[in-house]
Ligand binder design. Structure first.
Ligand SMILES: C[S@@+](CC[C@H](N)C(=O)[O-])C[C@H]1O[C@@H](n2cnc3c(N)ncnc32)[C@H](O)[C@@H]1O
Length: 222
């Protein structure tokens, strides 16, 4: 059973259908926009975006996930990525930005920023601060054939740890995670980004742009 470095089951992601993410992204970018998707998994979001007319470059550090992606793809840690080109949009979904480790988050955001075109938009799916107050064990629902339930929620300061239990067709999977409550202003400033609007009413998606284009995350001219 293939599991990624961050604990995602390839089997589960092959079973999960998109849940509105492609439409949110599509509505936030121009028709035919080029999109760099960071942490693409099996292409659950990639494939509908391609069908919606976008030229997607999909990145993941799991060869087992990437094997299922039918689009231009790059096997890489996100933080190490430097494709030498920019995109109309960079997609950082799946709450990756809420990683517990500040150094990992800085690496994710710096990689996103260095691939943004001058007027490009970074599209982020995150856990907003209010999610950390409201989330509880037992919450969940059904996505396609998969029952999803949160368990073992534990709060410790700005950190929240839990497990996601998946079940489908009599089989079960579990993925533990720890995520960090973030302030949006601090998050954006840390990567020299500016807020560019909410993409959903529940504030689980937002857009950002580079504050100064042409300057890399290490402050050397591009
Ligand atoms: C929760 S899954 C989501 C996959 C996809 N975004 C989706 O919504 O179906 C997260 C994916 O991001 C990848 N990933 C996480 N951190 C990464 C990193 N630092 N570099 C490259 N890939 C990463 C994992 O391998 C996994 O495939």
């Amino acid at each position: 059973m293939d599991v990624t470095a961050d604990g995602c089951s390839v089997e589960v992601y092959l079973l999960l259908p998109p849940a509105g993410e492609p439409e949110i992204v599509h509505a936030a970018v121009p028709a035919g926009a080029s999109i760099l998707e960071l942490g693409c998994g099996t292409g659950r979001v990639t494939h509908p975006l391609v069908e919606l007319g976008h030229a997607v470059v999909a990145v993941d550090d799991s060869p087992e996930m990437l094997a299922h992606v039918r689009a231009a793809k790059v096997l890489s840690r996100i933080g190490d990525l430097d494709l030498g080109r920019t995109f109309d949009a960079v997609l950082l979904g799946s709450h990756l930005v809420n990683t517990a480790l500040d150094a990992d988050r800085h690496a994710l955001l710096a990689a996103a920023r260095r691939h943004l075109a001058p007027s490009g938009r970074l599209l982020v799916e995150w856990h907003p601060p209010e999610w950390f107050d409201a989330v509880a064990s037992g919450q969940g629902g059904r996505l396609g054939a998969v029952e999803v339930e949160l368990a073992d929620v534990v709060r410790e300061g700005d950190l929240l740890s839990a497990a996601v239990r998946y079940s489908a067709g009599g089989r079960q999977w579990s993925q533990e995670f720890t995520c960090r409550r973030l302030g949006l202003g601090t998050l954006l400033a840390s990567a020299d980004l500016i807020f560019d609007g909410w993409l959903t009413d529940d504030r689980t998606w937002f857009a950002a742009q580079a504050r100064r284009w042409g300057w890399r995350n290490d402050h050397r001219p591009a």
